[in-house]
Design a protein around this ligand. Structure first.
Ligand code: HEM
Length: 346
């Protein structure tokens, strides 16, 4: 078996454990670029996904969307906003995310982890990703809270919120701990967006690097930039974007009515399920970018996520870690490991 096949087989386990119904549904329908199933339109195709995100009027508060969940929690968290209010809030967050001091916040736990590895110890990269996400969120929100406590609360909120919408999950109340910790629904949204994606993406990306033998590329600053974009593409941390049409339209020949639910499968649009990460022959930047969405609501944290993963790979590369054990998270909102333990091979 090639390294990529091994990596892909391991990565598939996070879907099989936590999102099996979703995986089966998407696999059964993915040959059609756009497919209507009753009131739901499944969008798998790259251009069609981009067209929905940038060209079709969307109801940000439509039932089942992220915006509706944010609004139900109190609102004001970008996903639910439109117009000038949205532009202002994005600008504010953008300024905070661009702060020069932010990098030191995630570099500290990364350096500590790399030192443990180099000393012969084993580390759980899920715990590290939670700390990276939690400390970044605390700094961005200007909060004096324990990053791990914040991360745990953000993950619990994300998981309970997603349970209401994911096929095969039982709905349960969303805990109030996160809002109690951070003060507002808007801050809670930023914390969830930062932490849950870090936990989903970074351990899976490192596992892929280890299983496919990509540490040489990870150690090289130029090739690492390409590798990071490719790993974020194939791990597609937010693989499904639920949206609701606000007006009539057409997507890749499929008529869409106002109020139709659309499930944008960014995992497929980014070819994560069929195209291995490659430094020599990477996917086009526009396709890599799709895992962060597109248009006015595209992820404002994409640059931070790339910088974090780049710093993590750079710090781990000298130890050439291998995966010792991996346990999938059955309750997570996004396809994630519950623990992913690595150790140095040199
Ligand atoms: C691997 C990491 C990440 C991935 C894959 C990811 C993915 C996404 C996606 C797909 C969207 C939805 C775009 C849409 O609604 O059309 C989004 C929105 C968002 N993300 Fe990220 N994200 C990541 C990291 C982050 C980080 C580090 C932050 C830090 C603040 C962040 C904050 C947000 C916010 C606030 C929004 C809402 C933007 C808006 O509605 O205007 N994300 N993200």
């Amino acid at each position: 078996m090639t390294g990529h096949a091994r990596a892909r087989r391991r990565d598939r386990r996070v879907y099989l454990a936590g999102h099996p119904v979703l995986l089966a549904l998407l696999a059964a329908t993915r040959r059609r670029p756009v497919l209507r199933l009753g009131p739901v339109v499944l969008v798998h195709d790259e251009q069609a996904c981009r067209q929905v995100l940038t060209g079709l009027p969307l109801d940000r508060l439509g039932a089942g969307t992220t915006g509706a969940a944010v609004a139900a929690a109190g609102g004001g968290g970008l996903f639910d906003q439109t117009g000038e209010q949205h532009r202002t809030a994005r600008r504010d967050l953008g300024v905070r995310l661009a702060s020069r001091e932010l990098r030191a916040v995630w570099q500290a736990p990364i350096d500590r982890t790399a030192a443990t590895l180099a000393g012969g110890g084993r580390v759980d990269l899920v715990a590290l990703a939670a700390e990276v996400g939690g400390s970044t969120a605390a700094a961005v929100l200007d909060l004096d809270v324990d990053p791990l406590v914040l991360a745990a609360a953000a993950r619990a909120t994300a998981d309970a919120t997603a349970a209401a919408h994911l096929p095969g999950r039982r709905a349960r109340p969303v805990p109030t701990t996160l809002t109690d910790l951070v003060g507002t629904a808007a801050a809670a949204t930023t914390a969830v967006a930062t932490v849950s994606t870090a936990v989903a993406a970074f351990p899976r990306a490192v596992a892929w690097t280890a299983d496919a033998g990509l540490w040489d590329a990870a150690a090289d600053p130029v090739r690492r930039t390409v590798l990071v974009a490719e790993l974020l593409r194939v791990t597609a941390a937010s693989p499904l974007l639920p949206r609701v049409a606000a007006a009539e339209g057409e997507v890749a020949g499929c008529p869409v009515r106002r109020g139709d639910r659309m499930l944008l499968v960014t995992r497929h649009a980014a070819a994560a399920h069929v195209r291995n990460p490659s430094v020599a022959d990477p996917a086009a930047p526009a396709q890599q970018q799709l895992v962060f969405g597109a248009g006015g609501h595209a992820c404002p944290g994409a640059g931070v996520a790339r910088a974090q993963l780049g710093d993590l790979l750079a710090a781990l590369a000298p130890s050439r870690p291998r995966v010792v054990s991996a346990r999938a998270d059955r309750r997570s909102a996004l396809p994630s490991w519950a623990s992913l333990v690595v150790e140095a091979t040199r």
